[in-house]
Design a protein around this ligand. Structure first.
Ligand code: NAD
Length: 499
């Protein structure tokens, strides 16, 4: 079976879907195109699936789940996961180039991500053979009780366009360790890298049906996956609005759900912080990845005493950010990922100005570079009630708020429905812990920002979602605990009493 994309008559690379260990077209034969956000031109075409294709993929996953894969032990799963990690290392550069072509993010950022991804497979491979239950001392002498952590079953995943393979891996590595199978629907904006990755899963030797990719343009495809009765757990990364619908659809057939829904994360800056370090951390937090990350530090909550000194540093560095071709070594910020995102960002800035925010720098598209480039933007004089202080923008826009007391800073940081990330910048170790403990956020970085690792749980509270990815907690999301009671005495007992 050929795995390489074939050029179509129109010069596009034509990919097929990966279902049940086979490359397949959509049942309807329909296809759609994927566009390079930098050139604005389509570069690849993929099958445009519908509910019928989703059904085939879920059935293939069920066959593997309740067949060969379901019978593997943790050692065997770990061996395959290490092989996949080796292959990922071999292909990191090519996969990074595919990601950049599909989502417009910097090649060096995508390369950094791809080179780190094998660590997730290796960490969770180490967990696969240690998923032991426990013997629970019974309160009755005639019973032995133990637990097993069994795979939840077929997982349906919907992954976004901002970091397609990384956010896929955050689901795949723990669910493989747990012994589950996966049907993933990549974003309609970035459908290609999951298909390239499928080739490696096959080469690593995973049985057919363990990993399946369905590409589709319409929201109906994601919905068909989430609603499918064969899907026992739904893992979703995207917006809160769709997250709620996903959770409702999953609940209708009692599938479990993890949701990673982004945030409105605050970076709190106290007067005793190292302002040079803060300026870099603030820039990294909001302008890296063109602000298109779930943990973007999109609110700067700064003490009045250091407001001006910090903002002059932030402004100077922001105005030196090099926008351009994401594949160039010198580029620091690429385009927004798609036209809808560009419109969203422009709209937020226009409404912020109408609400009374000031523009310290940016606030407009970069027409010199064409289509989807938006200048890195800093909005000042923002108050907690403004839209740009509450809503996720998912673009290069920083909203600056000012505080006078620690209590006020914490209240401001906690004043949105989200609760994903927060940064605390201070030289006072007691304040660092005190504030970190008071913040309603799943991840707090002190004198740093936006660091992740395979062994550290990641996730949010409130509108930022449910559950954890990475760390031991992530495997628990994909297992069900079973209690087994063994009667030891063999005595005939009274049928109308327990025990
Ligand atoms: P979205 O939440 O609108 O859609 C995510 C995916 O869900 C898409 O592939 C879509 O086809 C699918 N979908 C839509 N309706 C569905 C339904 N009823 N059931 C099942 N699947 C459904 O995200 P988007 O369009 O990619 O981006 C929109 C916004 O989402 C962004 O502006 C940003 O704020 C946020 N976002 C967050 C993250 C994150 O990391 N948390 C990532 C990407 C986007």
């Amino acid at each position: 079976m050929s795995t390489a994309p074939s050029p179509t008559g129109d010069g596009l690379a034509a990919y097929r879907m990966w279902i049940g260990g086979q490359w397949r077209e959509a049942a309807s034969g329909a296809r759609f195109e994927s566009t390079d956000p930098f050139t604005g031109l389509p570069w690849a075409s993929v099958p445009d699936a519908a509910a019928e294709d989703v059904d085939q993929a879920v059935r293939a996953a069920e066959q593997a789940q309740y067949g060969a894969w379901g019978k593997t032990n943790g050692f065997e799963r770990a061996r395959l996961m290490h092989r996949l990690a080796d292959l990922l290392e071999r292909e990191a550069a090519d996969l990074a180039a595919t990601e950049t072509r599909d989502n417009g993010k910097l090649l060096r950022e995508m390369l950094g991500q791809l080179e780190y991804l094998p660590a997730w497979l290796r960490y969770f491979a180490g967990v696969a053979d240690k998923l032991q239950g426990e013997v629970i001392p019974s309160d009755r002498p005639n019973f032995m009780v133990y637990t097993r952590h069994e795979p939840v079953g077929v997982v349906g995943a919907i992954v976004p366009w901002n970091s397609p393979l990384m956010l896929l891996m955050w689901k795949l590595a723990p669910l493989l360790a747990a012994g589950c199978t996966l049907v993933v629907k990549p974003s309609e904006h970035t459908p290609v890298s999951a298909l390239e990755f499928a080739r490696l899963v096959d080469e690593a030797g995973f049985p057919p049906g363990v990993f399946n990719v369905v590409t589709g343009q319409s929201a109906d495809v994601g919905q068909a996956l989430v609603e499918h009765p064969g899907v026992r757990h739904v893992a979703f990364t995207g917006s809160p609005g769709v997250g709620v619908k996903v959770a409702q659809s999953a609940a209708a057939h009692f599938a479990r759900v993890t949701l990673e829904l982004g945030g409105k994360s605050a970076q709190l800056v106290f007067p005793d912080a190292d302002l040079e370090a803060v300026a870099n951390g603030v820039i990294a937090g909001i302008f890296a990845a063109t602000g298109q990350t779930c943990v973007a530090g999109s609110r700067l909550v700064v003490h009045r005493e250091v407001h001006d000194a910090l903002l002059s540093r932030v402004r100077a560095r922001t105005e030196r950010i090099v926008l351009g071709d994401p594949t160039s070594e010198d580029t620091e910020m690429g385009p927004l990922s798609n036209p809808a995102q560009f419109k969203t960002v422009s709209g937020f800035v226009e409404r912020a100005v109408a609400e009374g925010a000031g523009i310290l720098t940016g606030g407009c598209p970069d027409h010199g570079l064409g289509g989807l480039f938006y200048r890195p933007t800093v909005l000042t004089g923002v108050t907690p009630d403004m839209e740009v202080a509450r809503e996720e923008i998912f673009g290069p826009v920083l909203s600056v708020l000012t505080f006078d007391t620690e209590e006020e800073a914490v209240d401001m940081a906690n004043s949105t429905e989200y609760g994903l990330g927060a940064g605390v910048w201070t030289g006072d170790v007691r304040r660092a812990h005190r504030v970190a403990h008071s913040l309603r956020a799943g991840n707090v970085w002190v004198n740093s920002y936006r660091v992740v690792a395979p062994n550290v749980p990641f996730g949010g509270t409130g509108a930022s979602g449910w559950g954890r990815e990475s760390g031991i907690d992530a495997v628990r999301e994909y297992t069900v605990t079973k209690a087994v009671w063994i009667e030891l005495s063999g005595a005939t007992r009274d049928p109308f009493t327990l025990g």
